[in-house]
Design a protein around this ligand. Sequence first.
Ligand code: PMP
Length: 361
Amino acid sequence: MSQVFNFSSGPAMLPVEVLRRAEQELRNWQGSGTSVMEISHRSKEFTQVAQDAEKDFRDLLKIPDNYKVLFCHGGARAQFAAVPLNLLGEHATADYIDGGYWAHSAIKEAFKYCTPNVIDAKTTVDGLRANTPMSSWALSDDAAYVHYCPNETIDGLAIHEEPDFGDKVVVADLSSTILSHPIDVSRYGVIYAGAQKNIGPAGLTLVVVREDLLGRARKVLPSILDYQVLSDNDSMFNTPPTFAWYLSGLVFKWLKEQGGVSEMDKRNQAKADLLYGTIDNSAFYRNDVATGNRSRMNVPFLLADASLDDLFIEESLAAGLHALKGHRAVGGMRASIYNAMPLEGVQALTDFMQDFERRHG
Ligand code: PMP
């Protein structure tokens, strides 16, 4: 089989070494004669898997001891409800930064539980899509927390500034950027991320929550979303998604072997530079995001002649470059280049793009 590079936004490409290892041990995990999917989540064998994964994740993100890591169900969207119900307490409002599609979706959910103070952070700079700087966000005094999404998977917009809001509780949806560059976890109250982009298979959601924020949940909160309940039960209040947890653990080990998050940061910068450079050096392709807000994970681009879109998709697929079709809300193309995408994959994409331009430009 010739090599395929998968640019899907999620579920997304996984490191090939991880898939090989999972394949090798699928039917006879650790000599047990069964797969890891078939054993009790409360067995000592799986408990070890769970603890190792948490430790490696903590090491990778340098998570301070006063934070809990929760392995949850329900995807990032479950957190759109879990965050307000866990954190609002007696507050009637929270600050919500509307920077793109996913932040907006979180706001729609938050309206069920409070009256969010919505701050529109979408703007344009020289006709290019952008986000407003953090210093311009008019946060309210009575908000329980401030919620934002630093990397908008669909829009291809990123807020690269680190949050610096004094003692305000910062909540961030890191679904499409977690582990792609170092962050200072102590700046956040809650971080959450669906696993299916930069962590592992779908079905698992990582939540990192500062301990002092536990125990504020509203009574109506379903127990399965209650950070305190999940924490008290080591994320095993009910049966967790064991296979996704195991496989994510293998990805964490792979990340450590590769040199950790700082090494990923360098590689991700190199990949993004190569792809944006190719787009910017051509009149045939175009990215319409201001340079300061360009995502390094999700790169949308347009062909000058949209009538060539279908041909581009057809030919790229034949060249082993999968899932480049842009989100239906944006159109054009999108290349998602998470940690598992090697530089060679982006090189193959840019070679193809230049060749396509030569033949059809
Ligand atoms: N937030 C972001 C930034 C996302 O990219 C996505 C999924 N594409 C979601 C939230 C929703 O995630 P899930 O499907 O896991 O609920």
